[in-house]
Design a protein around this ligand. Structure first.
Ligand SMILES: Nc1ncnc2c1ncn2[C@@H]1O[C@H](COP(=O)(O)OP(=O)(O)O)[C@@H](O)[C@H]1O
Ligand SMILES: [Mg+2]
Length: 302
């Protein structure tokens, strides 16, 4: 079977030798999966920031997609989470091979939430929280352990870092209390639920059916989930940043029946952790992302 990988995906070889090696091996991996899983290609491949996604047909003729992801820890338990959801609120998993980081998924529609009015999108996503936030499978990593790590890592942001030190101290103290709070673990959370990771169910189904894709799952706290919905589509806030952030925040909190203070605390922690990631772990810190994260952490507290 002949196919071409998207040039924009192949360009990820720039990210480093690990990526180049993975991309080199990818055509062979895809060929093997198509053969073993008896799939035929059914349209041009696409991709996100970490995975190749190819529309395929199963031997029974069903429309599906083959997703082969870049091997990284955050995506490790994607199949486990999708299996736990069983198609309720999330894309249905048909088959998985963790060794090749490969998933066969039901095919959803092309439409995501990036073109919707942001508050309507927040209402839809708040509805998804209710379906996705079930008891976590025991194999998942614990959010409390991540919070404990962040307490240490945020300590490396000294006063000279271009972020208000008071905000860093606040995030650190919140992370410290989350790290020992029993309510921090136990619920299956998606952790990357933003506008582009919610797709409409395929044509012919109920037009109001939306499904989450692309989880980076943890055993966590439902209140942890909001930050990606406030940080993405940042440009849409335009001249009304404070109110825009707060409108989305309350649409999510009210729509999902969450505790306002706890949700706010996690937004602050996650926003400051983003800043830490840019400043301490990125070769070329993204100034816009730093500015946006600081602005969102402030706006939810104003
Ligand atoms: N089940 C699906 N049906 C249709 N399109 C999909 C499906 N899963 C993913 N896609 C498309 O592929 C893109 C990348 O997939 P995603 O799972 O989000 O991986 P990434 O980690 O690269 O963001 C999505 O933004 C979407 O356009
Ligand atoms: Mg994605």
């Amino acid at each position: 079977m002949t196919f071409t990988l998207p040039g924009t995906l192949l360009a990820y070889a720039d990210r480093g030798p690990d990526w180049a090696t993975w991309l080199d091996g990818l055509p062979g991996v895809v060929r093997g999966l198509l053969e073993e899983w008896e799939l035929t290609l059914d349209g041009p491949a696409t991709h996100g920031r970490t995975a190749l996604v190819m529309p395929v047909r199963t031997s029974a003729g069903d429309a599906a997609v083959l997703k082969v992801g870049w091997p990284h820890g955050a995506a490790e338990h994607e199949a486990l989470a999708l299996q736990r959801w069983g198609g309720r609120g999330a894309v249905r998993l048909l088959r998985a091979d963790p060794h090749r980081w490969a998933l066969l998924l039901e095919r959803l529609g092309d439409e995501d939430l990036t073109e919707h009015w942001d508050l309507q999108a927040c209402e839809i996503v708040a509805g998804l929280y209710g379906r996705l936030h079930v008891a976590a499978p025991p194999q998942l990593r614990l959010l409390s352990a991540q919070a404990a790590r962040w307490v240490e890592e945020l300590g490396a942001l000294d006063r000279s870092a271009p972020v208000p030190h008071r905000l860093v101290e606040q995030a650190r103290s919140l992370a410290r209390s989350f790290a020992t709070d029993p309510a921090t673990d136990g619920t299956l959370v998606h952790t990357d639920l933003h506008f582009a990771n919610v797709l409409a169910a395929a044509e012919g189904e109920d037009e109001r059916a939306w499904r989450a894709i692309d989880p980076k799952p943890l055993s966590g706290d439902p209140h942890y989930e909001l930050a990606p919905m406030l940080l993405n589509r940042y440009g849409d806030y335009a001249g009304r940043l404070r109110d825009g952030v707060r409108d989305r925040f309350f649409a999510l909190v009210d729509g999902a029946g969450l505790d306002e203070d706890r949700a706010r605390a996690w937004v602050v922690v996650r926003a400051v952790v983003n800043v830490k990631g840019e400043l301490l772990e990125s070769a070329a810190p993204d100034k816009d992302s730093i500015t946006a994260s600081i602005a969102v952490a402030k706006a939810v507290q104003d």
